[in-house]
Design a protein around this ligand. Structure first.
Ligand code: ADP
Ligand code: MG
Ligand code: ZN
Length: 611
């Protein structure tokens, strides 16, 4: 399995639950997968598809996404096609013939196509090994995205009694979940539910006062990165988009009132990075799967936490650190209330008000936001400090007050070479344009950042980069290696981190993503550099480095860091103070020691005491 994962998708490790689910599916058992957006659901059927002898049929509601998904698979060397209303009859026959010839591994089908009797009959003639129902909540009227065509899927089990069925979704309340299971006749299916904590998403609330200037201050840091800004109304999207364009940002409005053509055009411009900011009503998002959205802003706060969670979920699907900022003001509460009060049905109205109150509580309470959010969805956060909300990390690192450094290293990010990264992006764009696909089909940002960090010089090291499988190595390896080698010759690049270490430093307890950015710290610790020196090298604050060390300890890593201990007398004094005052807070310890020890020193000792 590991070998297939690397060969086709270029990944070294499974994400949480993927391996269990894949094994379950390979044993031909049904299952239901509940994982957050970006959790990696697709792989749960794509990898088994490669193992099974026949075809894997995927039902997916989003026509706009199918092409990207199929292009991505093809670029990885997987034989995949889709059938939906955008194809000509000739193209459909070509794909049907291909499916019959057994050369096809994965076939994506739109639900309205599946509804056709003739098509069902045709599918029954194919050797179907596995059926995946993606976005399975669409089958439920209780869900927020009911698609009548999905109702036809209840006969899947009758039509294909021997093929295992996997249903996947990111959003399902208990009621919707029961509905999905009964509609799809999955009574005996195993249910897999992963944590909904997306560690790479940093959430924060900003007072909505001088909101536009605040936004204009923030956006320059996202010049070349994808941003979604959610607004209250069509009018608001247009006004804001216009203001951004006036300020020389590449922004466009997107809402349900645009003509179909215009809507798909805006969407395509965004996916192809011709514009980087979409100012949208909630209508935007269902149809896109862009993995590298780095910032989601709620210019007006959303009316439910369900909606909020789904919308921020569109950030950072690729696992890289991303920001989610919500502007909050009482004035917007009044706006929401105005509309809710017009709901005639008393029960529905009360429910809507309750949901709105949950959002207000979320925005105004003074404890960890991730904990609140997860609790709302029935999950208890295991960590004391989520490390990714504005309450737990109220530091200067918050984007809204970012230091004017840009090479700032966002927490959770490799300190890669920015110049090389830009050049790699350019090369990626050339390949993408040539193949008429979005850039992420060629390589994700994660891959390019690793290239600009590890500087692979030959095919062997290049293939160790995340996202580089056999096919991509063959297609793009040469061009990217030439660029990297040229760059190394033209610039004095010192101390290239060893790629071999990357795979040997496997972390099991905590998600890899949150520890990836500790790599560099880890290396410098191995070289026994003092904290100050490490901080200087990485252009980070000493506190941040100590934070890395703590994170690695928490994840169960063994580190040789005794050399960091302060002189014995000081160390023992601080240790005693922590024993006396507890390790919960630094301030009492600081005061107990009468200010003779700096906070950084205290923090370090507190961390070392954990080892
Ligand atoms: P979902 O459908 O759950 O929203 P996707 O299947 O679209 O998520 O996956 C999100 C992103 O994560 C994709 O860019 C995918 O390539 C990437 N991904 C999935 N599994 C892994 C893995 N094991 N290692 C690294 N990246 C992965
Ligand atoms: Mg998906
Ligand atoms: Zn928190």
């Amino acid at each position: 399995m590991q070998a297939l994962l690397k060969q086709y998708f270029g990944y070294d490790q499974f994400r949480p639950l993927q391996e269990e689910i894949i094994n379950h599916v390979l044993q031909k058992h049904d299952c239901f997968v509940l994982m957050p957006t970006g959790g990696g659901k697709s792989l749960c059927y794509q990898l088994p598809a490669l193992q099974f002898p026949g075809i894997t049929l995927v039902i997916s509601p989003l026509i706009a996404l199918m092409k990207d998904q199929v292009d991505t698979l093809k670029a990885c060397g997987v034989s995949a096609e889709f059938i939906n209303s955008t194809l000509s009859p000739q193209e459909v026959s070509r794909i049907c013939a291909l499916a019959r010839s057994k050369e096809l591994k994965i076939l994506y089908v739109a639900p309205e196509r599946f509804a056709l009797r003739d098509f069902q009959t045709f599918l029954q003639t194919l050797p179907i090994s596995l059926i995946a129902v993606d976005e399975a909540h669409c089958i439920s009227e209780w869900g927020h995205n009911f698609r009548p065509d999905y109702r036809n899927l209840s006969i899947l089990k009758q039509l294909f009694p021997t093929a295992p069925l996997i249903a996947l979704t990111a959003t399902a309340t208990h009621k919707v979940r029961e509905d999905i299971l009964s509609q799809l006749q999955l009574q005996n299916a195993r249910v897999f539910i992963s944590s909904f904590n997306r560690e790479n998403l940093r959430v924060s609330i900003v007072e909505k006062k001088h909101a536009l200037p605040k936004l204009l201050n923030l956006l320059p840091q996202y010049r070349d990165e994808s941003v979604i800004i959610y607004c209250f109304s069509r009018k608001e999207t247009e006004a804001l988009a216009e203001a951004l364009v006036l300020n020389k940002f590449k922004a466009r409005a997107y809402h349900a009132g645009l003509e179909n053509n215009e809507r798909s055009r805006v969407q395509e411009m965004f996916i192809k990075d011709e514009i980087n900011i979409i100012v949208a009503t909630i209508a935007f998002g269902m149809g896109i799967d862009k993995p590298n959205v780095r910032l989601v802003v709620h210019f007006t706060y959303p009316k439910t936490l369900e909606g909020y969670y789904q919308e921020i979920g569109r950030a950072g699907r690729d696992g890289l650190p991303s920001e989610c900022i919500m502007f909050y003001t009482y004035a917007d509460t009044r706006k929401h209330q105005f509309f809710i009060n017009q709901i005639e049905d008393t029960q529905l109205r009360t429910q809507a008000l309750q949901k709105l109150n949950a959002v207000i509580n979320y925005a105004t309470h003074r404890a960890c936001r991730k904990r609140y959010l997860l609790k709302y969805f029935g999950e208890d956060l295991a960590l004391n400090n989520c490390g990714s909300c504005d309450i737990c990390i109220p530091s200067k690192e918050a984007v809204t007050s970012a230091k004017p450094l840009q090479t700032p290293v966002k927490s959770g990010e490799l300190n890669y070479n920015r110049i090389l990264f830009e050049q790699l992006k350019k090369l990626r764009r050339e390949f993408a344009n040539e193949a008429k696909v979005p850039a992420f089909v060629i390589f994700g940002d994660t891959s390019l950042q690793e290239m600009a960090y590890y500087f692979p010089r030959d095919a062997n090291t290049f293939s160790q980069i995340t996202g580089v499988g056999a096919k991509k190595l063959a297609l793009f390896g040469k061009a990217f290696l030439t660029l990297i080698n040229q760059f190394i010759e033209e610039h004095t690049i010192s101390a290239i981190p060893a790629l071999q270490q990357k795979s040997s430093t496997r972390i099991t307890k905590t998600a890899k993503s949150s520890l990836a950015f500790c790599n560099k710290t880890r290396e410098l610790l191995l070289r026994k550099l003092p904290i100050e020196q490490i901080a200087k090298n990485l252009n980070l604050a000493p506190t941040t480095i100590i934070g890395h060390i703590e994170k690695m300890f928490d994840a169960g890593e063994k580190l040789e860091v005794d050399y960091l201990k302060p002189p014995a007398v000081r160390y023992e004094a601080m240790k005693a103070a922590f024993q006396k005052c507890g390790t919960e807070k630094l301030k009492p310890v600081f005061e107990y020691l009468q200010g003779k020890y700096s906070y950084d020193e205290l923090r370090l000792v507190k961390t070392l005491l954990k080892n």
